[in-house]
Every structure is written in C-alpha cells, then in structure tokens.
Write a protein that binds this ligand. Sequence first.
Ligand SMILES: C[S@@+](CC[C@H](N)C(=O)[O-])C[C@H]1O[C@@H](n2cnc3c(N)ncnc32)[C@H](O)[C@@H]1O
Length: 266
Amino acid sequence: MGFIQHKAEARWFYRFVSLGYDRWINPLFWTAAMRDRALTLARLDALGLDVVDVGAGTGFATQAIVRAVAPENVTMLDQSPHQLARARRKRTLDAVTKVLGDAEALPFATDSQDRYVSTGSIEYWPDPQRAIAEAYRVLRPGGRALLAGPLRRAHPLARALSDAWMLFPAEDDYVAWFERAGFADIERLHVAPEWWDATWDPYAVAIAGVKPRAGASPLALAPPADDAAPVTPGRLARFVAGSLAGAAFIPVALWFTLRRRLARPD
Ligand SMILES: C[S@@+](CC[C@H](N)C(=O)[O-])C[C@H]1O[C@@H](n2cnc3c(N)ncnc32)[C@H](O)[C@@H]1O
C-alpha cells in the first residue's frame, strides 16, 4: 500500500495540499480537458439526475457536473474538511449539498442516485473494491458510475515513487473491481495532461459501468476496517516519505510543460 493510501494520512495530506490544489495541482496533473473528457462517460444527459460526486475535494469535477445537472440535485462527499471548505467558497456550488464522509461507507440509501462520479480519489482508498461496491449500492438500477484514476507507471523510477506515494493500479484492476462489484456495460477511455508524451504508458483511465438491477453489490463486503491507528513516529515518517515521493512529480511535470511550450513554433 502507498504511504498516503490511508484515510488519516490522506486527510493530513489535504490539510496542506488544499491550499494550492486548484491553482497548482490540477493545472499540472488533472486538467479541465481531462475532466471534461472523462465526464462524457457519466452521460450527464438530464437536468433532473441525482448525482453524487465522491472524493469531490474542492469541487473541480462538481463544477463541470453542475453545467449539465441542476446543482440542488448534486451531492459532494469528501473526507477532508479542508477540501470541502474550499468548495464552499465557490458560488456555482452554493446549491450543491456538501457531506463529510468516507467513500468506503457512503451515507446514502441503496438505489438512491442516478449517477456516481469519482475523479482522482481512488488512489487514496485503502480498499478500492469496497468503495466501488458502495458506488454500485447507492445507484438506482440503470444508473451509471464513472470513476477516473491514475495508472501504474512503466518507468522504474516513476513506478517506485508513485507506489511509495499512493495507489497506481493496473487498468485490469479497475475493470476487475467494476466487474466484481456487479457493473455491466463497462466502458473506458484514457486521459492525460498536455505535457504527457503520447508514446509513454497511458497516464490515467476513466471507467464507467451500469448497475443492472436493484439492491446492494453481489459482493456483500464487510464494513470497512477502522483506519484510525494511533499517531506514532513511524507513521509520521511514512507520511513525510509519501508526501515527498508525491512532491517529486511536480518538478517533472513543470519540466515537461516548459519543454513542450519552448518546442512550440509560435
Ligand atoms: C485529488 S483530489 C480530487 C478532487 C476532485 N474529485 C477533483 O476532481 O479535483 C482527491 C480527493 O479525495 C478525497 N478522499 C481521499 N480519500 C477519501 C475517502 N476515503 N473518502 C472520501 N474522500 C476521500 C481527498 O480528501 C481529496 O479531496
């Protein structure tokens, strides 16, 4: 498991990262173009859909969702009060319901939502299969889940750093999690920021599936494990190491962004 792939560590991480998330992190790693392309798989095709955005953070994906769906029908859920506080500053999200909660134990009724969206949050989940089974449970029959997340890195150094940081699954893992949860009609597409070279390994995947029948996931998993271990020096060291491994990607992304800009003929 990645060093930050724990609920408490992810909360600590966003205590700091939320300060610069919209301004510095998204423009490098999760751009509006990537978000909009991923969201096509959610089929946000009616204003009256009930939509839940899980791991919604500062509301970057939610801002695109409310362009297609009435904001009062949309619910953002995140486990970080700091991220949700940033979302509360956004006027376009005023009418959206904001809930502090855990992706692995959603506080929503079974068969209550038309769409489930989660972008860039799976990498922090200790038990992704459980969260995807929860996505299945809360959807109405015929409802769609759309999840976007990073992919396992091929370059050995990038692989070592990303695995130390958090979860970077193989694409087959995403498909298996969706299939086992009970989803049908699974679709996928790849997304990447502009600086990513198309000849490299795929950067991130968006995957969607349809819930075929009412009720909970056929997986019937036990409730999530308690992630609230005591804060020890070892755990703090793990948190610092994981954060530094993640921070190493910032100069890499800046370097390739600069190189691409300088290579442009204009
Ligand atoms: C990279 S941000 C993505 C935010 C947003 N979805 C976007 O597209 O910009 C990841 C978010 O997942 C949240 N998160 C991590 N683990 C979570 C969990 N177990 N339950 C709910 N939210 C979680 C973090 O607090 C953070 O806000």
